[in-house]
Design a protein around this ligand. Structure first.
Ligand code: R5P
Length: 260
């Protein structure tokens, strides 16, 4: 890795703990006005002090986030599909020059292994890695899961390893049983988990704890934070698990306190 890439990555994955809490709010790029993100700024701004990085699209950041904010940006640069159609039909929507203008610390796209447009999404990743290597911008590959695919360690290990082999600098995947196998498949490339659909807070916290205990570098979580009845409570609790190694039970107390 060149100096710029290492520097950008160390703004996201904190050198002190080797871990990170990424706040994902890019859902609108294919889901439209997702619950909790209709007024994205109102939801997200109070959470920024507790996030290590913000995953967002260029349109959303320009509309709802003040440019003076001090947070590393993981810029979602892919899209082109919607929940109404085939999800894997994704293209690159944002060029590297615009990512640099936004001062992105990383860029991201999804890879649909097993999807109808699998090859095209792998091609998207490979092109982003080429650009990222050229300009010193790390690429986070999201292992997006099609409707028909089982989210087990075998499938997620396959999808994650392909992202690593194509050159991703960070892999985002889902937590599953035998998660260590997914982490092992990624070698030295850090792995973070998505939260997925909204779960009861206790379950989302336990999942976060299990993931970091089994080798994840942290979380890139969206709905389980911003759709919670206490988003600040949830991100503080997740942060305590990821950076301080707190148990899910103790972290739940942080959420409860904040909610009160
Ligand atoms: C999906 O492709 C997006 O990248 C989301 O940011 C991702 O799914 C993480 O959000 P959540 O924790 O809500 O699953």
């Amino acid at each position: 890795m060149n100096w710029g890439m290492k520097n950008r990555l160390s703004r996201i994955i904190k050198p002190g703990t080797g871990r990170c809490v990424m706040l994902a709010v890019d859902h609108g790029y294919f889901q439209g006005p997702t619950t909790g993100l209709v007024n994205l700024g109102e939801t997200v701004n109070p959470l920024l002090p507790y996030a290590d990085a913000l995953m967002i699209t260029r349109g959303a950041i320009r509309n709802w986030i003040d440019p003076s904010v001090d947070i590393p940006v993981i810029l979602r640069v892919s899209g082109g599909q919607s929940i109404l159609k085939e999800l894997s039909n994704e293209i690159i929507t944002t060029n590297i020059e615009d990512a640099i203008r936004i001062n992105a610390s990383a860029i991201t796209c999804s890879v649909y292994v097993g999807g109808e447009f699998e090859k095209e999404t792998i091609d998207n990743l490979s092109k982003l890695v080429d650009k990222g290597e050229k300009y010193g911008i790390p690429v986070l590959a999201v292992t997006a899961v099609g409707k028909e695919m089982a989210r087990d360690a075998r499938y997620l290990g396959l999808a994650s390893r392909i992202c690593v082999e194509i050159g991703a600098h960070v892999v985002k995947t889902y937590y599953t049983e035998n998660f260590e196998k997914v982490v092992e498949a990624c070698g030295n490339v850090p792995v973070v988990i998505a939260g997925g659909k909204k779960l009861p807070e206790t379950e989302a916290l336990q999942m976060s704890y299990n993931a970091v205990s089994e080798g994840a570098a942290g979380v890139d979580m969206g709905r389980n934070i911003f759709q919670s009845d206490s988003p600040v409570g949830m991100i503080k609790a997740v942060r305590a698990i990821v950076h301080d190694g707190m148990s899910a039970k103790d972290a739940y107390e942080i959420y409860e306190q904040e909610k009160k």
